[in-house]
Design a protein around this ligand. Structure first.
Ligand code: ATP
Length: 340
């Protein structure tokens, strides 16, 4: 659906040159929600802005449904952009226009007939749950309601693709949750492909099918969300995932416990989250487990859980326990205090 092929972009400023994107490639499949996560300055905004050519690339190409966006004339680009909606952290609403007009005006400019404009405004305001707000002005709305208007405006052009530039970053956790659920609904009901950028791992956790992690203008790791959660290779990816599993086990305690057996991190995916594997292991082997921290989060399609536990017992018995857990579908990693 979206193919980003080896794009590079360098900015020149007084302080010198910044390579914002270094030969970045990724491919978003039709109907999926693809998230790009990274810390500030990683290049995420630049990446999403080259997709609809708000930013020109120095080299490489962006192909959407077979059309090369990077090589289009202005007229072709205008047409192509009709199929690409975008929402922003700052909502970008017209302050002096009502909610209704915020959606109607861009439709009018796009040449949509008046009768259809009215139908679409009402239809998409209903999709985002703002039927009663036609005559309100943006200043009279909460942040979440403003983002809903922006989403309705994007949907009113009936795009195939929605680009989301930190759409929930200015919102409180509860409102964030409701906007994420709305994006999920849009994806499922209208089949719209979503490419989003975020610095918040829980956005990836909640709604994304696949994820790419960016650092210093490069994609350092990418894959299915569930696979990255259970098998991250890069330190930055691990840090993002660990942010969802906070624990502050005192290092002195870890040091003391490790003298009597390993401390292991157990990851459970999907059906294995429901199994009492650890208590079964404790019954079967001469090992006592002492849970130090634990949490289960809901990924888009399945739960993922993580437990950090101390296995107290002999080397032979703890090794048997670890093998048993692995056979039960649990991912087991021995951790040192530093990693925690
Ligand atoms: N117009 C510009 N002129 C000069 N440098 C820029 C410009 N836009 C971005 N950069 C630089 O390019 C790098 C990547 O910026 P970008 O905004 O894409 O990162 P980001 O991951 O989206 O971070 P943030 O979340 O803070 O926006 C940064 O070093 C930034 O300072």
């Amino acid at each position: 659906m979206i193919k980003i092929k080896s794009i590079s972009k360098t900015f020149s400023s007084k302080k010198g040159k910044v390579e914002a994107l270094k030969k970045v490639s990724l491919s978003v499949e039709e109907g999926e929600i693809f998230g790009v996560v990274g810390y500030s300055g990683a290049g995420k905004s630049t990446l999403i802005r080259v997709v609809n050519r708000l930013e020109q690339v120095d080299s490489g190409s962006v192909i959407i449904k077979g059309d090369n966006i990077t090589q289009m004339t202005k007229h072709q680009l205008r047409e192509a952009r009709k199929g690409i909606g975008m929402i922003f952290q700052g909502f970008n609403l017209l302050k002096t226009a009502t909610v209704y007009q915020n959606i109607a005006i861009p439709l009018k400019l796009a040449g949509v007939p008046d009768k259809e404009i009215d139908e679409r405004v009402k239809r998409y305001l209903s999709v985002v749950g703002l039927e009663g707000k036609y005559d309100s002005y943006p200043a009279q709305l909460s942040g979440g309601q403003k983002q809903r208007v922006a989403i309705a405006r994007a949907l009113s052009h009936e795009p195939r693709v929605l680009l989301s530039d930190e759409a929930t970053s200015a919102l409180d956790p509860e409102t964030t949750e409701s906007i994420l659920q709305l994006l999920l609904k849009i994806n499922r009901e209208f089949g719209i492909t979503i490419l989003l950028i975020t610095h918040e791992m829980h956005v990836i956790q909640k709604i994304c099918d696949r994820v790419a992690v960016m650092e210093n203008g490069e994609i350092i790791e990418q894959g299915k969300v569930v696979e990255l959660f259970s098998n991250a290779k890069e330190l930055t990816t691990k840090k993002f995932i660990n942010s969802l599993f906070p624990d502050d086990i005192p290092s002195e305690l870890i040091k003391n416990l490790r003298a009597t057996g390993p401390i292991v991190s157990l990851s459970f995916v999907g059906h294995s989250t429901g199994k009492p594997a650890l208590s079964l292991a404790s019954k079967q082997f001469d090992v006592h487990s002492n849970i130090l921290s634990g949490n289960i989060v809901q990924l888009k399609d399945e739960p993922y859980g993580r437990l950090v536990t101390h296995l107290q017992g002999s080397e032979v018995e703890t090794a048997k326990t670890i093998e048993f857990l692995r056979n039960e579908g649990v991912r087991v990693e021995e951790v040192s205090g530093r990693e925690l």
